[in-house]
Design a protein around this ligand. Structure first.
Ligand code: SIN
Ligand code: MN
Length: 201
């Protein structure tokens, strides 16, 4: 569904993953994070993100003093990123009208007061390819507004919700204002994991 008529191309599937699928996906992500540990990147200005990150797939999004980019290896371990689980690539083929599979999946862990400021996803080579987002754990207050600026609005993304930035909404500005702590028991120790599938190349 398109929850906001003035943001065509922003697609939302509330509760797309049921509880067994959320549990299975979390287990797959935790196994991958044992290989590619979460770390806290910094902006090019040296300011640490409040979100912890890792990646899955041939390429991963990283940020450091040199700026933002996609690279094939983990910045701390130097090892290739673990594969994207088939559960996620299947979701991409089912929901995204795009001929190629995702080649990058950013893993964001939000705990406590972690948030993400309004931004656009524009480090990908083909900005026609969608970005597909899967939420696990605590509900987040997601904020989104048109690429060109103007008013934003918020939407609560709960565990198992899936949304996508496609077509005219591909460059929509978006971010996470805050978490609703304790709204889910899925993630040990609380918090939220967001997985964004992209086509980096
Ligand atoms: C992102 O824009 O990378 C993450 C958005 C989210 O956590 O839902
Ligand atoms: Mn983003």
């Amino acid at each position: 569904m398109e929850p906001f008529p003035d943001l065509p191309g922003f697609l939302y599937w509330p509760g797309r993953l049921d509880e067994p699928a959320r549990i299975a996906l979390l287990a797959e992500v935790e196994a991958a994070l044992a290989i590619a540990p979460l770390y806290r990147p910094a902006t090019s200005g040296g300011k640490p993100f409040s979100v912890q990150m890792s990646n899955l797939g041939p390429l991963g999004w990283v940020s450091d003093r040199a700026g933002y980019r996609y690279q094939p290896t983990h910045p701390a371990t130097g090892a290739p990123w673990p594969a994207i689980p088939p559960r996620l690539t299947d979701l991409w083929s089912t929901l995204c009208d795009w001929p190629a599979p995702p080649d990058a999946c950013l893993v964001n862990l939000y705990r406590d007061a972690a948030r993400m400021g309004l931004h656009q996803d524009r480090d990908e080579a083909d900005l026609g390819a969608p970005v597909l987002s899967v939420s696990l754990g605590d509900t987040a207050v997601f904020r989104i507004g048109p690429a060109a600026g103007g008013p934003t609005r918020s939407l609560r993304l709960a565990s198992g919700d899936v949304c996508a930035l496609t077509g005219p909404a591909r460059l929509a500005r978006h971010g996470i204002d805050r978490l609703l702590a304790g709204s889910s028991q899925l993630i040990p120790g609380g918090g939220r994991i967001n997985l964004t599938l992209r086509r980096a190349t």
